[in-house]
Design a protein. Structure first.
Length: 200
């Protein structure tokens, strides 16, 4: 994504955030964030909708009618009006970038961090809650966990926090043990997160 697109997305996201804040504070912001995520997920799973949002040849008025028909009963008035503004300005194809920028604003404002959790089998609610507590204690932010099952893993877990991957999988631990036994270990991995993931 270009720097220009990033900057443009942030401008629109910030404007929507401020409107949501004025309309109802944090509850409204959370509601709008959820709606944007649902639309983004719909776009990811529906190629026709992605094309509809991105195509420059579709008439603006026709797309306005379609947006109203699809979303008027599914999202709040603020989100609907925002989609219509993007359409009028010819910016609808930037929706995914704008949604991502809005989400980043929300996470930063409320002290949260997105965490992808990969395990060989589904984690129950208790295990997720315990993991959430450990991450919160380590980084001082409220983690928003997104659990995924990776059947290729032997055991343990992996975390992706932002652009950082914390690998506590069994396969990685076994490689570290083997490296130590062979005398080629490069030393302990530093960092609070690495520490609590790799501690036996």
């Amino acid at each position: 994504m270009s720097t220009h697109t990033d900057a443009l997305a942030m401008v629109y996201a910030r404007s929507l955030y401020e409107l949501a804040e004025q309309a109802g504070g944090q509850p409204k912001i959370e509601e709008i964030a959820d709606e944007l995520e649902q639309i983004a997920e719909l776009m990811r799973s529906d190629a026709a909708l992605r094309e509809f949002f991105a195509s420059p040849i579709i008439d603006v008025h026709r797309r306005t009618e379609t947006i109203r028909r699809i979303f008027s009963d599914r999202v709040t008035d603020l989100t609907l009006r925002f989609l219509l503004v993007l359409n009028d300005k010819g910016r609808l194809f930037h929706f995914s970038a704008i949604q991502g920028a809005f989400d980043r604003i929300v996470q930063e404002t409320f002290g949260r961090v997105e965490v992808d959790v990969f395990t060989p089998a589904a984690m129950d609610d208790g295990a997720l809650a315990a993991l959430r507590d450990r991450i919160r204690a380590s980084i001082g932010k409220e983690p928003v966990l997104h659990p995924y099952v990776d059947a290729t893993m032997l055991g343990g877990l992996k975390l992706r926090i932002g652009d950082r991957l914390i690998d506590g999988s069994l396969a990685t631990r076994l490689r570290r043990i083997r490296a130590r036994l062979l005398g080629s270990a490069s030393g302990a991995v530093s960092g609070r997160l690495d520490g609590f993931i790799t501690t036996d």
